[in-house]
Design a protein around this ligand. Structure first.
Ligand SMILES: *Cc1c(COP(=O)(O)O)cnc(C)c1O
Length: 495
């Protein structure tokens, strides 16, 4: 299987090259030339298998320059206890006859980012070996909270790599901040940026495109790489949990093979839901992918009108991992829906850069409407949803998952669609204690890690052990830099 850029079909790469490079030189994203088909035999054979085997078999379909043995080994290391606190790794929680939650936060950092970032460093280092890269990879990450910690945990002490995370000084929860600043490992660094997430992201992009810095680092034996979801190595492991959820619904008799299900996904950068779209394209019986947004509802508008317009106010919400105006992975969806027309994708993306907007034609709008639905959820409704679900079912969810559950309810009311649905649950509620406590009617005066115990006491739900352990941790990394000091911080880290 070969990979090409979303903006230029003439470039053909192996999977290892696509993972090693991350981003195409034309600015496009790497996509597979074609999608392997999931057969009934293949899916039903996975029903009795543990998560690591399900994941390895999906990876094998896409990464054909990796041996099955190697993929089994990586998946075995990445998806195992005690790193995960649940034997099913990605368990389904059945709420009622037609609703389940796919809990993707049982990994070491309590957010769904672990599902990809526990295995991606193994794929990346193997890809670097396969492409004869002798330099050391320096992974640069700009994070709004969850990616940073998951990437630190994934790359911690991985030979041949260094990792540096930039987070917005006041843009992450206290739990997220301490998770990152207390990170262990000899190849890691964490720096606060005096700005918001967009500033940190812009700063990282500027470092990537700085040719003189690239030359300077090259002479020292380093090159820069990314762990963001633009890398194919982060996307492909995510396809596995859509298949896994289907297998679990087959196993418990909710559906029989061939029955369609819906997924509702709390969406930011469009990486998670895109993996669901790929699973559907491969033949997994998915009817609709429901894209849930918070107040930052640029995707809701895009799905209903075909106009993507980021010229709008940016809101800071209680679901910060979805506070995003430019969803990078949408480019990959456009590419598929526009029948692999690289020139069309390039034109959309330059429209976005120059005017902050682009518009897709009728046939693409129709394709989107056929496969996707979209909805938004206000801050108030996020709180109400957490409270209602806990009151009625004693089931505690985080703010991001609440956005999705609310949007699913609205979708059902509007359409009457009774298809069984899976809500993709992306974070432990204990990562966002202050917001969740407030939603449950508590007044919260601080945002510190002591709230973890308060939320446990109030709900009787146990916090994930690594979050409880934060009580005894103190920060290792205290530096804050201005946006224009980020480059110097990288130089010092790699000196
Ligand atoms: C990253 C994240 C999201 C958004 O996922 P995308 O792949 O960026 O769409 C949603 N919820 C949580 C908790 C996250 O960490």
């Amino acid at each position: 299987m070969r990979y090409q850029s979303t903006r230029d079909a003439s470039l053909k790469l192996t999977s290892a090259e696509a993972i090693a490079r991350g981003l195409s030189i034309d600015g496009g994203l790497f996509v597979p030339e074609s999608f392997p088909k999931l057969t009934e035999d293949m899916i039903t054979s996975l029903v009795s298998k543990p998560y690591k085997d399900r994941a390895a078999r999906i990876l094998e379909l896409f990464l054909d320059d990796f041996s099955a043995e190697a993929l089994d080994q990586y998946a075995g290391e990445a998806y195992s206890q005690p790193g995960y606190d649940h034997p099913a790794i990605a368990p389904l929680y059945k709420l009622d006859a037609e609703t389940a939650f796919l809990e993707l936060w049982h990994g070491p950092t309590s957010a769904f980012k672990d599902m990809a970032l526990q295995i991606m460093p193994r794929l990346l280092t193997a890809s670097l070996r396969k492409t004869n890269e002798s330099r050391e990879a320096c992974i640069l990450v700009a994070t709004s909270g969850d990616t940073g910690k998951a990437a630190l945990e994934g790359f911690c002490d991985v030979p041949g790599t260094r990792i540096m995370v930039f987070y917005p000084q006041d843009g992450v929860s206290d739990v997220q901040k301490l998770q990152m600043t207390s990170q262990s490992g000899s190849n890691v660094n964490v720096v606060a940026v005096n700005g918001n997430f967009d500033d940190a992201q812009t700063g990282v992009k500027a470092i990537f495109s700085d040719e003189s810095l690239r030359t300077e680092l090259d002479e020292k034996g380093f090159f820069l790489s990314s762990a963001n979801s633009i890398n194919w190595g982060r996307l492909v492991p995510q396809i596995a949990y859509y298949v896994s959820a289907y297998c679990d619904l087959l196993a418990d008799g909710t559906i029989k093979y061939g029955d369609e299900i819906n997924f509702c996904v709390p969406t930011g950068n469009f990486g998670n839901i895109l993996a669901g779209y790929y699973a559907k394209k491969m033949g997994l019986p998915i009817k609709k992918l429901i894209c849930a947004s918070n107040r930052n509802d640029v995707l809701t508008d895009f799905i209903s009108t075909g106009v993507y317009d980021k010229n709008r106010p940016f809101f800071t919400t209680s679901s910060p991992s979805m506070d995003i105006l430019v969803s990078s992975n949408l480019e990959r969806l456009l590419f598929e829906l526009a029948e692999k027309d690289g020139a069309f994708v390039s034109a959309c993306m330059s429209g976005l850069t120059q005017n902050g907007r682009y518009e897709v034609p009728e046939n693409v709008i129709a394709e989107i409407a056929d496969k996707f639905a979209g909805g938004r959820c206000s801050e108030d409704d996020t709180d109400k949803t957490i409270k209602e679900l806990f009151g009625k079912y004693k089931y505690l969810i985080d703010t991001h998952t609440a956005v999705a559950y609310k949007v699913l309810g609205d979708y059902r009311t509007e359409t009457g669609d009774k298809t069984p649905a899976v809500v993709v649950s992306t974070a432990s509620p204990f990562k966002f204690c202050d917001s969740v406590l407030q939603a449950l009617g508590q007044s919260v005066t601080s945002g510190g890690v002591e709230l973890i115990g308060a939320l446990e006491n109030l709900t009787g739900c146990p916090a994930p052990a690594p979050l409880s352990a934060l009580h005894d941790k103190s920060p290792r990394f205290l530096d804050t830099v201005p946006v224009d000091g980020m480059k110097q911080a990288v130089r010092e880290f790699l000196k």
